[in-house]
Design a binder for this molecule. Structure first.
Ligand code: 3PG
Length: 211
């Protein structure tokens, strides 16, 4: 089993993906993996999301798959059974943290405040999704959070895009960021994988500037 930190260190950007049609799952995953994005979060917000995880897990072996928008224990076990290697939630729930420990599944829950981050710390978590990052105060808020909880690492998500992602990645407590901008739902729906590949290449080009 990969640990959460292992996973977050594999890729500095985690595309957050909403798949509406199952036939888009494999071409999309191939497009992202071929362009250097192997850690992918498939959100459980659509009917075909679990099937998408299953198909990608079987057909795109280089992908490291996460199931996102997990809000119930049942979704956790379904995601694991489908082949997800990690789970992501928009918020923090003690019940879900306990379930992920039972399931032995790497887990990235969301927090937005110091109190939530403190609770996560007390629960033994070491890396958290900072969500929704831009609305909750962006880099300034995240820096203030890290001042008081310096051992935590964060994956900011929510409002991150090509123009601001580098500034987040320059923070020492940020191994990676997440976002939908590389593979927006509308482009997936139009099967415009060429445009998605261009987004991915542009992001990779910018990433090179901070290596
Ligand atoms: C998520 O589920 O993490 C968010 O929807 C991603 O936010 P974004 O669309 O602003 O990237």
């Amino acid at each position: 089993m990969l640990t959460l930190i292992d996973i977050l260190q594999q890729s500095r950007i985690i595309p957050v993906i909403v798949i509406d049609k199952i036939e888009h799952a494999i071409p999309l995953a191939n497009t992202l993996v071929e362009n250097g994005f192997k850690v992918l979060e498939i959100t459980l917000r659509t009917d075909c999301a679990l099937e998408a995880i299953k198909q990608i897990a079987n057909s795109v072996p280089d992908a490291i798959l996460g199931a996102g928008t997990i809000i119930t224990p049942r979704q956790l076990s379904e995601a694991k059974a489908a082949g997800a290697q990690f789970a992501v939630s928009p918020g923090l729930s003690e019940q879900l943290v306990a379930e992920t420990k039972k399931e032995k599944l790497a887990y990235l829950p969301g927090i937005a405040t110091v109190s939530e981050a403190l609770l996560a710390y007390e629960l033994g978590l070491t890396a958290l999704k900072f969500f929704p990052a831009e609305i909750m105060g962006g880099i300034k808020a995240l820096s203030a959070l890290s001042e008081v909880l310096p051992s935590l690492q964060f994956c900011p998500t929510g409002g991150i895009n090509l123009d601001n992602f580098i500034n987040y990645l320059k923070l020492p407590q940020v191994p990676c960021i997440g976002g939908t901008w590389i593979a927006p739902r509308a482009l997936i729906e139009k099967e415009n994988f060429t445009e998605i590949a261009l987004h991915a290449k542009e992001a990779q080009r910018k990433l090179q500037t901070i290596l």
